[in-house]
Design a protein around this ligand. Structure first.
Ligand code: UD1
Length: 369
């Protein structure tokens, strides 16, 4: 079908879709730091949510990883729905496995742009799976979310909790639909090995302060919002409701350091090598401990040494009171547990925010001036 389908090269490679983004870039770093990386690291990203300086051949996040590690990352600016281009990459490397992050992730935006979300997240995943099948690549780690559980029926949430019920946003549904598609793929062909990692609330940044979360526009999520208040970009944190059935009335979440999360992906890849491992497996990645909005603000004040002005306002539509993970399966299956504390999460977020007050963009320019 494609002339380049013949496999002229035999360089073993790990493909990381969305590898220029927040969790993706930290996972690239972890793969290199932890020496899975005799393989080529091949990042596919359409730059929809990653900064790339004009004239540069790679997004800034990846360039910084290269600077820190001395390794070369192969980068391809490709949309997952562009199948011929995907095939080109798969034909140029001997792809051993794929870690699939590439997706749109703004919950509110997904309500107003459902087709864009289904196309990027669901059609993009189908395209990727099709190309993987064509090239005989059957090992996949998928970036999923605890959002697939909907409103928790019991806490902590384990992986046996029903998924797909009462999901309110197209974003959440795309994560659920992709998991269902992957389950069917694994049923149809026993050679597939798919690990779907259901993240709780990723926060923090690499301990170097050189890579971190760089949201475009005003952040939707709590931690980057707090960090931008601390650095003076935003004036105050709006606390969405203090009348929940939680110890201090504000929402409770299971925040997990992005470096712990990245380590979870490395552990998942290692599982592929275990004899007899096959099929679809969903695994929670969280700490198992919940913190409230007010606890997060207090922890960040102490990490940054700065006051964080905040004000209680009405609840945000669609929010739940409390959410935290049962993390026993991740211990059993992956041999992984989160080791970084809330203090680590706040300290590392603050280091990143302080060193890069405007994210990747301005700091890069400032350095040049
Ligand atoms: C949100 C998404 C979830 C997604 C996750 C990614 C919603 C409804 N859910 O989860 O699907 O997987 O991000 O990390 O958007 N809060 C404030 N003020 C703010 C921002 C947040 O008080 O300015 C509160 C929220 O009400 C919540 C907590 O902080 O209690 C955490 O919110 P957020 O960081 O947005 O994460 P989730 O809502 O848990």
């Amino acid at each position: 079908m494609y002339p380049w389908l013949r496999r002229p090269y035999t360089m073993p490679a790990t493909v990381i879709t969305g590898g220029a983004g927040y969790v993706g870039s930290h996972t690239v770093m972890a793969l290199i730091e932890q020496g899975i990386s005799n393989n080529e690291i091949v990042v596919i990203d359409n730059l929809s949510n990653a900064y790339c300086e004009q004239g540069d051949d790679k997004p800034t996040s990846l360039k910084r990883i290269e600077e820190m590690t001395g390794r070369t990352i192969r980068f391809f600016n490709i949309d997952l729905n562009d199948e011929p281009e995907l095939c080109r990459v798969f034909s140029a490397f001997d792809v051993q496995c794929v870690i699939h992050f590439a997706a749109l992730k703004a919950v509110g935006e997904s309500v107003t742009k459902p087709l864009e979300y289904y196309e990027a997240n669901v059609a993009g995943t189908i395209s990727l799976l099709g190309v993987m099948r064509r090239f005989g690549v059957t090992k996949l780690v998928y970036s999923s979310s605890c959002t697939v559980y909907g409103e928790p029926r019991k806490l902590p949430i384990d992986e046996g909790h029903p998924t797909g019920d009462g999901l309110t946003s197209p974003y959440g549904k795309t994560k659920f639909f992709c998991e269902e598609i992957m389950k069917d793929v694994c049923i149809s062909d026993k050679s597939w090995k798919i690990i779907s990692l259901r993240y709780f609330n990723p926060v923090g940044a690499h301990s170097s302060g050189r890579i971190g979360e760089d949201p475009s526009g005003i952040p939707n999520n709590l931690m980057p919002y707090i960090a931008q208040v601390a650095v003076g970009r935003l004036s105050e944190v709006l606390v969405f409701g203090n009348d929940y059935n939680t110890p201090d009335g504000t929402g409770v979440r299971d925040y997990i350091h992005v470096e712990d999360l990245a380590d979870g992906h490395v552990k998942a890849i290692r599982l592929f090598d275990q004899p007899g491992f096959s099929g679809f497996h969903a695994v929670n990645l969280g700490t198992g401990t919940g913190y409230s909005v007010l606890q997060m603000i207090a922890a960040f004040e102490s990490a940054s040494g700065r006051p964080i002005p905040h004000r209680i306002v009405a609840r945000r539509a669609g929010d739940i009171a409390e959410n935290y993970a049962d993390v026993s399966l991740s211990h059993r299956l992956l041999g992984w547990r989160a080791v970084r504390t809330l203090e680590d999460m706040c300290r590392d977020t603050w280091r990143w925010q302080k060193q890069n007050p405007e994210g990747f963009k301005t700091t890069h320019k400032t350095k040049k001036n």
